[in-house]
Design a protein around this ligand. Structure first.
Ligand SMILES: Cc1cc2nc3c(=O)[nH]c(=O)nc-3n(C[C@H](O)[C@H](O)[C@H](O)COP(=O)(O)OP(=O)(O)OC[C@H]3O[C@@H](n4cnc5c(N)ncnc54)[C@H](O)[C@@H]3O)c2cc1C
Length: 440
């Protein structure tokens, strides 16, 4: 950034990576008169996944985008879950959704970019961020590689929207108090591809989710659409090519109209499936979206939360008149945890519980109605976990008790976790909060 900003007294922000929440926050700050620069390593036209994902309809408005009429939207199909033995399909309650829509990921991102640009956000594409720059007690900017040059961009605030493996977060010194590495064990590695649908036939219901598909710990799905069969293959931690091939082959046997031609997608990525980072702000730094692990722990969905976080960050900066110290940014961190992350603590415990089970245990839990479609679609209501606990205790399967006990201990901890979240950015209280939150 040049010196013009100092002359004008203008606040400056860098959006590191074109993450959704970062673009939302950056657009709003530009509207408030900030100078905002996006540094994104990809080229503009190739950004966004080559497939459609589900997102609540209200997220479009929250992202500052127009909401098309219902007849122009495509709503999420009813889901059906299968355990490893595929014996007992569990159909999610409620039929086809009237609130969750499919969004084309490329179109969505392009619209967010257009909106941000129209509001004055300057954009550098093909600009790979290498690391954060900082002084003793503040993040001061980022160093990037752009057009074969290495340049350093300085700003009052770095909005870290560079995803799960953000080079900004990973290069921060430990003393800034932000977790740097996301363990692969806390992720799901997912491959996605659309194959041709040779006949137009559809399964009933069309959206089928398979746990421990082919014995692989993780989750796959097959969604039968009229012109394609949408396949997702996911494994906790790492996914192997032979596992993708085996899953696709099995789906072709289950859905014989699924052809060989890959129409869209055909690549893999990691999604964080863990608690949100307990602390994701510092002087001159705020993480938004996947860079702070803001995903729903059962489904891996992160678009709605990322957009919410972007708005929350902009609200807090507007309210504080642009206070980019850790104290000024803490209300963003605190309120995100309180209004978004806490809603998923039960789901987080369920996810850990499920991830620790063997395929035959999942079969058992589903066959015995301990896990029902309600828990699996992540209702987020506290009683569902308690219900599982009670039912599992009654059955007295001693080999399952350690997992059940861990789930119970997690549940018992939740009130303490919630109470430990500090009101203010106070180092001592933050340490206590991190310590308690780390036990989730
Ligand atoms: C197969 C799959 C299915 C999914 N389905 C859903 C779904 O149905 N619903 C849902 O809500 N979510 C879904 N998600 C999750 C969702 O994609 C993320 O949670 C969401 O994209 C939020 O991430 P983000 O916007 O913070 O960052 P990201 O989308 O990860 O974007 C990060 C950006 O930073 C850029 N970047 C990275 N490193 C650098 C660097 N060094 N320099 C410059 N730029 C950099 C990247 O190029 C990218 O543009 C799915 C994910 C996958 C992989």
């Amino acid at each position: 950034m040049n010196d013009e900003r100092q002359v004008l007294g203008m606040k400056t922000a860098i959006i590191a990576g074109a993450g959704h929440g970062g673009l939302v926050a950056g657009r709003r700050l530009a509207q408030l008169g900030w100078r905002v620069i996006l540094a994104e390593k990809g080229e503009r036209e190739t950004l966004g996944y080559d497939w459609e994902d589900t997102v609540p309809k209200f997220t479009l408005a929250e992202a500052g985008l127009p909401t098309p009429a219902d007849e122009d939207l495509s709503f999420m199909e009813q889901m059906c879950y299968f355990s490893a033995n595929k014996k007992k399909p569990l159909v999610a309650p409620g039929g086809k959704s009237d609130t969750i829509i499919y969004a084309d990921r490329r179109t969505l991102l392009q619209k967010l970019l257009e909106n941000a640009e129209e509001s004055g956000v300057e954009m550098l594409f093909g600009c790979e961020i290498l690391w954060a720059t900082y002084d003793l007690n503040r993040v001061t900017g980022v160093t990037c590689r752009w057009r074969e040059e290495t340049l350093t961009l300085k700003a009052d605030l770095v909005i870290d929207a560079a995803g799960m493996d953000s080079p900004v977060r990973r290069s921060l010194p430990a003393r800034f108090g932000i977790e740097r590495e996301i363990s692969r064990l806390d992720t799901i590695h997912v491959w996605r591809g659309y194959y041709e649908n040779r006949t137009g036939e559809r399964a009933v219901p069309p959206y089928n989710v398979y746990f421990f598909h082919n014995g692989k710990p993780g989750m796959d799905w097959a969604i039968t659409n009229e012109d394609n069969v949408d396949i997702l293959v996911g494994a906790f931690g790492h996914l192997l090519q032979c596992e993708i091939d085996a899953a696709v082959e099995d789906f072709r046997a289950i859905y014989p109209y699924m052809g060989e031609t890959l129409l869209r997608g055909g690549y893999a990525d990691h999604i964080p499936l863990r608690r949100t980072l307990p602390v994701f702000v510092f002087n001159g730094y705020a993480a938004v979206g996947n860079s702070a692990c803001m995903t729903e722990p059962l489904s891996g969905s992160g678009l709605m939360l990322s957009v919410r976080a972007g708005n929350l960050l902009a609200d807090v900066l507007k309210e504080s008149d642009g206070d980019t110290t850790a104290w000024g940014l803490w209300p963003y961190n605190r309120d995100y945890i309180r209004t978004c992350a806490e809603r998923y603590y039960d789901d987080l415990l369920i996810k850990k519980f499920l991830a620790g089970l063997k395929a035959e245990d999942i079969d058992f839990f589903i066959d015995k109605n301990i896990l029902t479609a309600k828990e699996l679609c992540g209702s987020g209501e506290p009683y569902t976990v308690r219900g599982i606990l009670e039912k599992a205790n009654l059955l007295r399967r001693p080999d399952l008790l350690p997992g059940v006990a861990r789930l119970g201990a997690g549940l018992a901890l939740l009130p303490r976790v919630k109470a430990a979240l500090p009101e203010e950015y106070d180092r001592e209280k933050l340490n206590r909060w991190r310590e308690v939150a780390d036990r989730l």
